[in-house]
Design a protein around this ligand. Structure first.
Ligand code: HEM
Length: 453
């Protein structure tokens, strides 16, 4: 109440309750729905929609800004630490992409391993969740750990399950409740602790790997992200202000491993589901384009994308429609900021709603429909859309965008080059309603059948 009265220039939002803030006004099964709805209702006397700031209880807002600034790693950090971590991660990703085996070749090889796995299904219905996530995960694993894992490796299977569950958990009401009242809920047992339990297990695996690599490190020949970080730690060990610490190593590795696995695999899973729901897109158009441009005798390459406008448009539409990070990641306003005539005070915790971009009816005709054609011009060439920000924008834009785009294209076309996808149930009955939609948007589980082409 105080801040509203004092400033009088804050963006409008629903009236918060004492202690609870706006918590009870959120549709907890679909938080994004509430946020998008409120953000698109223009306030009295204004014609343009305004960003709405959900009022979480003030204690948690403080706690969130505080923890965001202090967490180690690259994703949930700010200032000098973020600058150094981001620069380092980008350099390593780039260098490993230019090594003797490029990232493109690694993805092509992994896509062949995925095909072998898929062949084993012999047309029977299966849930693609872990086949896809293990293949995708192996790419970031080869960059951060320096090796891929066998799909049957027990540790790898467990890690992938943990990542899937951790991402899903972030979208559940219990995670939301925990974020809103961390001080109290930390002390009370219950399912809201599952998120940190999953994260701790992944972190413990990473810490073990680091120890192993530390023991065998050749300072003159670093082989992967962890090695490069260890070399940097050694070089900076006399610098008391260094950001190249053990803690940042563990969390930056966790950030890359997690972000590099779950995002791409969730998008692909949503993509295959959308193709089942819309057989016309797959059969007539994508298969035809793959046959015309790539044929059946060689593997797809990143270069093919430029000559495959329909497939490119479909991948863009899959990313727009699946909108897997509808609130992007949390940001903090670093100084008092004027926005459309309102004042957002320094230190305010804000979530850019990427959903309002992807489902903006003024930018996309019938935004609820899946229509790759919206990314095509009249003559059939690829048409860029401004209202397309799955990787967000600005200084904090996704660090793995280039890698993600290459993975999406190569995994998608390699699978579709060899298989026709079909659903064991009538496509009309397939649901596209996300399993959870909050921090992350997760597609419902479904069964898929593959027929060799
Ligand atoms: C389809 C795949 C992906 C999508 C949709 C996606 C989306 C995003 C979004 C929306 C952000 C937040 C940007 C912001 O704060 O404004 C982000 C950040 C980030 N992503 Fe991705 N991402 C994807 C794949 C990847 C991959 C493969 C990696 C691994 C290399 C990765 C690593 C990161 C990291 C480290 C950040 C934090 C960057 C920073 O804070 O400076 N992402 N991503």
């Amino acid at each position: 109440w105080q801040s509203r009265g004092q400033r009088g220039q804050l963006p409008p939002g629903p009236t918060p309750l004492p202690v609870l803030g706006n918590f009870l006004q959120l549709d907890r099964a679909n938080v994004i729905h509430t946020l998008v709805k409120v953000s698109s209702e223009p306030p009295l006397g204004q014609s343009s929609p305004v960003m709405m700031l959900p009022d979480f209880p003030s204690t948690s807002r403080k706690a969130l800004s505080f923890s965001i600034i202090r967490l180690p790693g690259v994703v949930f950090t700010n200032g000098e630490r973020w600058k150094q971590m981001r620069r380092f991660c980008l350099t390593v990703l780039r260098n490993f992409g230019m090594g003797k085996r490029s990232i493109e070749e690694r993805i092509q090889e992994e896509a062949q391993c995925l095909l072998e796995e898929l062949w084993k299904t012999r047309g029977a219905p299966f849930d693609p969740i872990f086949n896809v996530s293990r293949a995708v995960s192996n790419i970031i694993c080869s960059i951060v750990f320096g090796n891929r894992f066998d799909y049957e490796d027990e540790t790898f299977i467990t890690l992938n399950k943990l990542i899937v569950e951790r991402f899903r958990f972030a979208g559940l009401p219990s995670a939301q409740l925990y974020n809103s009242f961390p001080g109290i809920l930390k002390k009370i047992p219950g399912p809201h602790h599952m998120g940190s339990k999953y994260a701790k297990q992944i972190i413990s695996f990473i810490s073990e790997r680091i120890k192993m690599q530390q023991a065998t490190l050749d300072l003159n020949a670093p082989q992967n992200f962890i090695d490069c970080f260890l070399v940097k730690m050694e070089q900076e060990k006399q610098n008391p202000a260094t950001e190249f610490s053990q803690e940042n190593l563990v969390m930056a590795t966790f950030n890359l491993f997690f972000a590099g696995t779950e995002t791409v695999s969730t998008t692909l899973r949503y993509g295959f589901l959308l193709l089942l729901k819309h057989p016309r897109v797959q059969g007539k158009k994508i298969h035809r384009e793959i046959d015309a441009v790539i044929g059946r005798d060689r593997a797809p390459t990143a270069e093919d994308r430029g000559r495959m406008p329909y497939t490119d448009a479909t991948l863009h539409e899959i990313q727009r429609f699946s909108d897997i990070l509808p609130m992007s990641l949390p940001h903090t306003v670093t100084r008092d900021t004027r926005f459309r005539g309102y004042l957002i005070p320094q230190g305010t915790y804000v979530c850019p709603l990427l959903s309002t971009v992807h489902f903006d009816p003024e930018e996309h005709q019938s935004p609820e429909a899946f229509a790759p054609e919206r990314f095509l011009s009249e003559n059939g060439s690829f048409k860029k859309q401004n209202a397309f920000l799955p990787f967000s924008a600005g200084k904090r834009v996704c660090l793995g965008e280039g890698l993600a785009r290459m993975e999406l294209f190569l995994f998608f076309t390699t699978v579709l080059q060899r298989f026709a996808l079909s659903s064991p149930v009538d496509p009309q009955r397939l649901s596209l309603v996300p399993d959870v939609s909050n921090f992350g948007k997760v597609p419902p589980r479904y069964q898929l059948c593959l027929r060799q082409r």
